[in-house]
Design a protein around this ligand. Structure first.
Ligand code: ADP
Length: 262
């Protein structure tokens, strides 16, 4: 009887190992699949603006534009698409830096209100163009946080750009406040919102909510991935709350800096 139990246990372990190997295989397959999907998505995303640039510059080069207005129009398309390409390449570059661990933070005590103000000013033309309203509710005397200024600026830029991109009307509010030893920043919009089942996936590389995909606004699905990596590298946290067709709130928590540097 005793002898019988040993082989049974052994078989169990072998079976267990078999299952683990299979799981590992599935995981590797998953990574392989997502890498292939990634490359396909990148090539597709990069090709679209290039097609426009090539097409319209060909037309101009062959002198096929009928009027000065037409020339202007084609040039502005070329310009816009080149701009889009440049944003995408930046996103990709940022992401590859995050991935190979070349992710050094140059942390200094910073007043986040200043960064928020700067980002809001940079995006103001887009906000005005879409007829949106932007409100800043920034706490006076907000304690400084020790952050990498450029990275944190990118965080605010990505979040604010999304708020603009995924809103057709209404208001965008950026709020800063303190909660114990944390600085809290909220970026709220009254835009299209994110469907609940997709909420947990928006942080994934290249993930775009179903109805954003075919859209002309473009985008790589990298923005929020990069945002999360940066916040977490700072020891902070980011959360999202969203209601379909009502709006979205992103909340960032960062530790206040103990250093008193002016
Ligand atoms: P993208 O380049 O597509 O904007 P992101 O990683 O920045 O990529 O965002 C991932 C997806 O999350 C977007 O495709 C969009 O569907 C959704 N999303 C992000 N921010 C918002 C927002 N403020 N309102 C509604 N949907 C959003």
């Amino acid at each position: 009887k005793y002898m019988q139990t040993i082989p049974v246990k052994g078989e169990d372990e072998v079976a267990q190992l078999g299952i683990s190997i299979q799981k590992l295989g599935e995981q590797l397959q998953y990574f392989e699949d997502s890498r292939n999907e990634f490359l396909a998505a990148v090539s597709h995303e990069l090709r679209t603006p290039l097609t426009y640039i090539k097409g319209y510059s060909d037309v101009l080069k062959k002198g096929m534009a009928n009027s000065d207005e037409e020339k202007e129009e084609y040039l502005s398309i070329i310009n816009k698409e080149a701009q889009r390409l440049s944003i995408m390449i930046n996103d990709l570059f940022e992401m590859s830096k995050l991935q190979v661990g070349k992710f050094e933070l140059d942390k200094r005590p910073v007043n986040l209100n200043e960064l928020i103000n700067k980002t809001a000013t940079n995006l103001r033309p887009e906000v005005v163009k879409k007829g949106l309203k932007i409100t800043l509710e920034l706490e006076d005397g907000l304690p400084k946080t020790k952050v990498d200024k450029e990275r944190m600026e990118q965080v605010f830029y990505n979040l604010l750009e999304n708020a603009v991109k995924y809103s057709t009307e209404g208001e965008i509010t950026i709020r800063s406040s303190t909660k114990k030893d944390l600085v809290v920043v909220e970026i709220c919009d009254t835009g299209e919102g994110i469907p609940k089942p997709e909420l947990s996936r928006i942080w994934d590389r290249f993930y775009r909510v179903e109805r954003s995909r075919g859209r002309k606004t473009g985008g790589t699905g990298l923005g929020l991935y990069v945002v999360k990596q940066i916040i977490e590298a700072h020891g902070g946290q980011i959360q999202v709350n969203s209601k379909l067709n009502e709006g979205t709130v992103f909340t960032i928590y960062l530790k206040t800096s103990k250093e008193r540097v002016e």
